[in-house]
Design a protein around this ligand. Structure first.
Ligand code: NDP
Length: 440
């Protein structure tokens, strides 16, 4: 059998879907930058479309100046470059990825804790060093949200072109004699250049031992999201002389999520993004542009004049409770499945399948087929609730993430039906709910 069989099934409705997402999502994050800034901020459900569009240039030169703002490009390249350098320099532990189609396993350096420590240390040192807690770097990020949104988008497109082109260059064999094919994603070998560029042709593009996908998943985008959130706190502090409890809460809850991801880098090695999805525009844009600019929407909204919200202790406690419950479900359900699969929880009820694997039907996994998704979704609610109920815009995240999890559940169901056949039908009878117990 060929190492890289041609892809026959196309996700996202094939080429039209790929083009739609490539144009639509960058437009959406650009729109977010236009409606949550100091000049124009969405209030309630009223949107003054003329005022929004007036912020955009009306000439080609104006657009070029906006998209290729020199300072923003230099700042972003420095940001990306420093994180790459830290990834190389800082020590970490060695980990192995899952077995690939050719029987090999990739080696990874896991240095999330070291990178996070340096990042926090530099931020604290800068805050201590500057007068009146005024950090020009954070102000720069806040004042250039639109330009930086475009820079990260264009950069992610170029990175996707780079890895697409590289995917055709054979790799030198480890013994230095001759070359061998790269392992392509099962989804990204349709031979349609636009679709493959979008979905990701190569499974694990690397430069030497440096893994581009793992780096992008947890470094430049996730940490930029943290910086954007901090820049909102910084802006409000210097504008109002104080920071509202809602903005502090969103920052703390999201910082917790960001560091939890960066510090638990190992967990990513067995997730679909790393094991199955190719690295193309979808992941590159998702990691580098979508995560920082779409996920920081709540903070950006709360930092705009007129949107300051003081929640008070009761509301704060209720929102924290949503987060704690969500996180508890998310973490303990994932841990239970992983412990079970490594043979630690044999007393729990399960189904023995013909493939040799067992499907858990007890504990968290007796409640629904993806109870972990439900926990993750509740965490998303805790980020949106601090913005109050002035506008549906700040609930964008839970709607988007709910849709993503639903799509993921359907994708996973198709995979498991194919893999487990009759055993999956038996499993579905025993665990009928897909995500939310007794509802769906
Ligand atoms: P799951 O953790 O639900 O894993 C699904 C896989 O687990 C299946 O393909 C199957 O694989 C195995 N499995 C399914 N049911 C059982 C069972 N009853 N017992 C044992 N094994 C089972 O999905 P994901 O990998 O998609 O998600 C992992 C986490 O990542 C979730 O908590 C999710 O919320 C989160 N996530 C976060 C995202 C974000 O952007 N923040 C995006 C997507 C996910 P096998 O072939 O091995 O049997």
């Amino acid at each position: 059998m060929s190492l890289n069989p041609p892809t026959t099934h196309r996700e996202f409705s094939g080429l039209p879907g790929a083009i739609g997402i490539t144009l639509g999502l960058p437009t959406l994050i650009t729109f977010f930058a236009l409606i949550t800034n100091q000049t124009y901020s969405i209030q309630g459900i009223n949107l003054d479309i003329n005022a929004v569009l007036n912020q955009l240039p009306n000439s080609t030169e104006g657009w070029i100046a906006l998209c290729f703002d020199k300072q923003c490009w230099l700042a972003y390249l420095a940001w990306f470059g420093i994180l790459v350098a830290l990834d190389f320099i800082l020590p970490g532990t060695a980990a192995q990825g899952v077995e690939l189609r050719d029987g090999s396993k990739l080696n990874y350096k896991i240095n999330g804790p070291a990178v996070s420590s340096v990042f926090v240390a530099v931020l604290l040192a800068r805050a201590w060093q500057v007068k009146g807690y005024f950090l020009p770097e954070l102000q720069f990020v806040y004042d250039h949200q639109l330009e930086l949104t475009l820079v990260t988008t264009i950069f992610s497109m170029l990175l996707a072109v780079f890895v697409y082109v590289c995917s055709f260059i054979p790799l030198t064999k480890p013994n230095g004699k001759g070359t061998h094919e790269r392992i392509l994603s099962v989804n990204g070998n349709t031979r349609n250049p636009i679709y493959d560029w979008f979905i990701g042709r190569e499974l694990n593009p690397r430069i030497g031992t440096w893994d581009i996908k793992l780096f992008c998943e947890l470094r430049p985008g996730m940490l930029l999201w943290l910086l954007i959130n901090l820049s909102c706190v910084h802006q409000q502090y210097h504008q109002l002389g104080k920071v509202t409890d809602s903005l502090i809460l969103v920052n703390l809850l999201q910082a917790f999520y960001i560091f939890d991801g960066v510090l638990n880098e190992n967990g990513l090695l067995t997730m679909i993004d790393v094991t199955t999805d190719g690295f193309g525009f979808m992941l590159s844009f998702g990691d580098l542009a979508w995560v920082p600019w779409a996920y920081s929407l709540q903070s950006r909204y709360l930092s705009c004049p007129g949107n300051e919200i003081e929640l008070g202790w009761t509301n704060l406690s209720l929102i924290v409770l949503v987060k704690v419950v969500g996180f508890y479900i998310f973490r303990s359900a994932n841990k239970q499945k992983s412990d079970f699969r490594s043979g630690k929880l044999d007393h729990l009820k399960s189904i023995q399948t013909k493939t040799g694997s067992k499907l858990l039907i007890d504990g968290w996994w007796g409640l629904s087929q993806h109870i972990n998704y439900f926990g993750d979704w509740l965490i998303g609610w805790s980020w949106c609730l601090p913005t109050g109920f002035q506008t549906p815009l700040t609930y964008f995240y839970v709607i988007y993430f709910g849709t993503l999890l639903l799509h993921r559940q359907i994708r996973d169901e198709t995979k498991c039906r194919g893999k487990y056949g009759k055993d999956w039908e038996k499993y579905e009878k025993l665990v009928p709910y897909k995500i939310i117990p007794y509802i769906y």
